[in-house]
Design a binder for this molecule. Sequence first.
Ligand SMILES: CC(C)(COP(=O)(O)OP(=O)(O)OC[C@H]1O[C@@H](n2cnc3c(N)ncnc32)[C@H](O)[C@@H]1OP(=O)(O)O)[C@@H](O)C(=O)NCCC(=O)NCCS
Length: 214
Amino acid sequence: MGNIVIRPFRREDRAEVRRISCQTAFLEVDLHKFFSDEEILADALTLSFTDHEPESCFVAVSDNKVIGYIIGSKNVANINRISGSKIIIPLLIKAFRRGIFWNKINLKLFFNVIRSAFKGEFVMPDFSKDFPATLHINIDKAYRGQRIGERLIETYLNFLKEQKISAVHLGTFSEGAKTFFLKQGFNILFKSKRTYLKPYIDQEINFYILGKKL
Ligand SMILES: CC(C)(COP(=O)(O)OP(=O)(O)OC[C@H]1O[C@@H](n2cnc3c(N)ncnc32)[C@H](O)[C@@H]1OP(=O)(O)O)[C@@H](O)C(=O)NCCC(=O)NCCS
């Protein structure tokens, strides 16, 4: 394996970032048990960052291949506004055209998510004022445990400090990722149950929001 380099995201990294984003979209379970369309899922997970705030994104590269990324925003309130005005409607139209609403697997997921929403599982405090920045990090499965995550976090936090950003927060379902972030000096700000994953993964799934002051 060649030297692993952390560098700013470039437009040509987009396809690999999207590929890796789908690997762990539903923890480590095969994506196609939950959702049929990788294109739509990758749009939902990455578009607002890679296409609207690429300067806040970084990749880990080995032998010219992207093997991990951190995509983020200095201001989550702003990225949420962009999602609302520029992403959600075109994405719904694209999803409709690609037939995702007629697929049994997707309908089961939508039903479970709506049921969770009615139980109030998506109600949570707004951390965008006290922890304005956000991030998503993902390392290709074959390259985990080599301190690439740690190097990406360090690069991103230094970038945020240079931009005079006061704090950052993120959400995760993964107990492993929670441990990783605690080791990077993050604290748990919020924890709740997410039952919509239970039909697929037969265990209690917690959703954590972790934050760090810079
Ligand atoms: C979480 C993730 C980013 C960690 O990256 P990584 O390169 O594998 O982690 P590192 O090698 O930098 O590990 C740094 C430290 O965190 C610990 N750690 C990393 N992943 C861990 C896990 N799954 N469980 C427990 N500890 C973990 C390491 O043991 C190491 O601890 P140490 O300092 O005591 O030696 C990576 O596993 C990943 O991409 N997971 C899937 C996506 C995800 O869950 N993203 C988070 C939500 S945005």
